[in-house]
Design a protein around this ligand. Structure first.
Ligand SMILES: C[S@@+](CC[C@H](N)C(=O)[O-])C[C@H]1O[C@@H](n2cnc3c(N)ncnc32)[C@H](O)[C@@H]1O
Length: 226
């Protein structure tokens, strides 16, 4: 499995995200089909963690599916859904091999998950995501960008991942795949994708001399009808 076990340790320590990310909220409201009842709109999140994004989507009446490498995160998410009377298909798995039929999802969310794996695993995951999307479905892809100052604090490996050491100022320790603009073109250049938008979102911390830059991509792409 292409899964960094340090995520399991983070979740075992009780560090669960509880509320959805703003880009996901906007994405769901903007791109979910409106000509059908919400319960028939199927949303998949790959690497859903504690399923905070899907918790929001389920509360809004959408039909949600989440795949996540950490058992602890899925167990927490299932309990939270149960307590809140929500339904969702949440399970442990590896997003490089999706256990779903072809062309069944209307929206697919990656929020900071594919950026945790190496180039080859990211390629496989995106090809799998494409396979399970309905024609015209939309993908929210949200990896770290290579203008992030964490890149300079880490040690680059040959597989596309950078090792961020303990004590780094710009990013949490662990493995991150910082994605370049050129790499986005490789991943989404093929004609089967229609690019809706590519934003590089950057924040610079100015309170000290380090001027750390947090940088991420928000790429939205539609699966073309073949
Ligand atoms: C930064 S967290 C994001 C969690 C969630 N998407 C959110 O926005 O709250 C990245 C998640 O990706 C998961 N992950 C990493 N590699 C994975 C893999 N190969 N298959 C499934 N999940 C994976 C991690 O366990 C972690 O929960």
């Amino acid at each position: 499995m292409n899964f960094d076990r340090s995520w399991e340790e983070i979740y075992k320590a009780g560090r669960f995200q509880r509320y959805p990310w703003d880009s996901v909220v906007s994405f769901v409201f903007r791109y979910a089909p409106r000509d059908v009842p919400r319960e028939s709109v199927r949303i998949l999140e790959v690497g859903c963690g504690a399923a905070a994004n899907l918790w929001f989507a389920a509360r809004e009446g959408f039909s949600v599916t989440g795949l996540e490498g950490s058992k602890s995160a899925i167990s927490y998410a299932k309990q939270r859904f149960k307590e809140d009377g929500l339904t969702g298909d949440l399970h442990v798995g590896d997003f490089t091999q999706l256990p779903y039929d072809n062309e069944i999802f209307d929206l697919v969310i990656d929020r900071g998950a594919l950026t945790c794996v190496n180039d080859s695993a990211m390629n496989s995951a995106i090809s799998e995501i494409y396979r399970v999307m309905k024609p015209n479905a939309v993908f929210h892809f949200n990896p770290y960008a290579d203008s992030h100052s964490g890149l300079l604090e880490g040690v680059a490996r040959s597989d596309g991942l950078t090792e961020i050491p303990v004590g780094a100022k710009s990013a949490n320790p662990g493995l991150i795949n910082f994605v370049s603009r050129k790499r986005l073109d490789q991943l989404f250049g093929p004609v089967q994708w229609e690019i809706i938008s590519i934003q590089r979102r950057e924040d610079t911390e100015m309170s000290n001399q380090m001027q750390q830059i947090h940088a991420e991509w928000l790429l939205l792409a539609r699966k073309r009808i073949s």
